[in-house]
Design a protein around this ligand. Structure first.
Ligand code: HEM
Length: 480
């Protein structure tokens, strides 16, 4: 359709100054924006402060934008929090718009992850994750003083455990789950996700000075904490680097960034060192928070649905037996276990919106005109809870992913979820996230009984952020 014939975007009327900020609701903007789509359609516009924001809901609108017009929707907006991160980190994959530096950086980061999740490295990743899950189970079961009813808050330990996997992949380091520095670092990570999630008020209302100043100072402190934490490891690692003997992702980054053309780097105004350091930050930041959140959701649903878990355990016992632990080659023979994981991704919508996108050119989407540099919120939750695709979407029902005739995972259904986004900005750690979430879940459920004595807390609303987590809950863990 020619741009002159394109329609202007529909959307709710907004208040002066605030725009539609109040329409976002205080704790579930993904639900509020999905509800607005019923009235205005799956492509509509809101205003946050004085800034227009296009909202995309449902498979068709999101795929039409991110997959069919990959370049037009691959930008990142110049929101206050993003600008701040860019200014304080030299280069960044996740928050940089799709310019030449981003392309080079993303290619480097993608190839470093591929190096780790394929070939020989995949089995060493598998054995590291397996070791970490075993340590986690030992920690839980050894610390309960033989009291199977002792309640533990699982969240922090899962974060510590996953951060160990990430540290091993990136820097070849691991810590004990009691390590005080690791604990301090992990406890700070949540604030970051809240600050950069879609709909952060300070991004749209810079005139709310006290909010902006507080949020900016928080972000600055957080980024400095991350840097202070990582730098000694990076320095130590560089001293021990041996050319062409890549033990971990940073080794690989040094080797491959050494191959980049000096003139190209100068033209982009970026150094090899900046690329290496920022990739370490990006991979750790993006990988640790999301992966630990999905594992927390797996435990949450396991406690809520003991009858399904009993069937998952029967499947694991049948396929794996009781004499060894589940491994990656079992994956294809465990349809119910896989269906449980797919339903966890769908129902939780752990990353409810992608990181905000922006248009890189004037464009037309499903008949609507969208100007260049428009902020775009991509509502993944709306894909996962669309009643036209999913029967009773608010029920947690892994069976929906099983093909009735074959008893195997229904591939079309599995492809209808989008936990990792789509198109040019799709998550580069999807396979690493899948490997980790499968092994954590399969080994924990194969080895342990998990339950909760405090069912009421499971009904609380999830905590919103760039990644969503269940409200705090306690679990009891005992060996089977
Ligand atoms: C279960 C785990 C994970 C989930 C659900 C997840 C999900 C996502 C989503 C939804 C996005 C945003 C895509 C967009 O803006 O359109 C994203 C981006 C990203 N993810 Fe993941 N992710 C996971 C694990 C990981 C891991 C393990 C890594 C790295 C080791 C990683 C690295 C990244 C990076 C670097 C980006 C930014 C890509 C870009 O802007 O070009 N993620 N992820």
């Amino acid at each position: 359709m020619s741009e002159s014939k394109a329609k202007s975007l529909p959307g709710p009327w907004g208040l002066p100054i605030l725009g539609n900020l109040l329409n976002l609701g205080s704790d579930e903007p993904h639900v509020a924006l999905m509800k607005l789509a019923k009235e205005y359609g799956n492509v509509y516009q809101i205003r946050l402060g004085s800034r227009p924001v296009v909202v995309l809901c449902g498979q068709e609108a999101i795929r039409s934008a991110l997959v069919r017009q990959p370049v037009a929707f691959a930008g990142r907006p110049d929101l206050a929090s993003f600008q701040f991160i860019r200014k304080n980190t030299d280069v960044t994959v996740a928050f940089q718009t799709n310019d030449a530096t981003w392309k080079l950086h993303r290619k480097l980061a993608e190839s470093s992850i591929r190096f780790f999740v394929s070939g020989q490295r995949k089995s060493s990743l598998e054995s590291t994750v397996t070791q970490e899950v075993e340590s986690l189970i030992n920690y839980w079961t050894n610390n309960n003083n033989n009291d199977d009813n002792l309640q533990i808050d699982p969240v922090n330990l899962i974060k510590l455990s996953v951060s160990n996997v990430m540290l091993w992949c990136i820097l070849g380091k691991r810590h004990s789950l009691d390590d005080s520095r690791l604990r301090e670092f992990v406890s700070k990570s949540d604030d970051f996700a809240v600050a950069v999630g879609s709909g952060n008020i300070a991004d749209f209302m810079p005139w709310v000075r006290f909010v902006t100043v507080r949020t900016t100072q928080n972000l600055k402190k957080l980024l400095n904490t991350f840097r202070g934490w990582f730098m000694p490891y990076i320095e130590e690692h560089r001293l021990q680097y041996e050319q062409d003997s890549e033990k971990d992702i940073l080794d690989y980054l040094v080797t491959s960034s050494n191959k980049l053309d000096e003139a190209d780097l100068q033209q982009l105004g970026v150094s090899r060192e900046a690329l290496q350091i920022s990739t370490v930050f990006d991979l750790f930041g993006a990988g640790f928070d999301t992966t630990s959140a999905i594992i927390t959701w797996q435990l949450y649903y396991a406690i809520r649905h003991p009858a399904v878990i009993a069937r998952v355990q029967a499947e694991l016992d049948d396929v794996v037996g009781r004499d060894r632990l589940p491994n990656l080659t079992d994956r294809d023979h465990l349809p119910l276990t896989q269906a449980f994981l797919l339903e966890t991704f769908r129902h939780s919508s752990v990353v409810p919106f992608t990181i905000p996108h922006s248009t890189t050119t004037d464009t037309t989407l499903l008949g609507y005109h969208i100007p260049k540099d428009t902020v775009v919120f991509v509502n993944l939750y709306s894909v996962h809870h669309d009643p036209d695709t999913w029967h009773r979407p608010s029920d947690f029902d892994p069976e929906r992913f099983i093909d009735n005739e074959t008893g195997l995972v229904d591939k079309t259904k599995a492809d209808a979820i989008m936990p990792f986004g789509a198109g040019r900005r799709r998550c580069i750690g999807a396979e690493m996230g899948r490997i980790q979430s499968f092994l954590y879940f399969a080994i924990l459920i194969h080895q342990c009984h998990v339950s909760s004595l405090d069912k009421a807390s499971l009904d609380n609303k999830p905590i919103y952020g760039l990644t969503m987590r269940p409200s705090p809950f306690n679990i009891c863990v005992s060996r089977r």
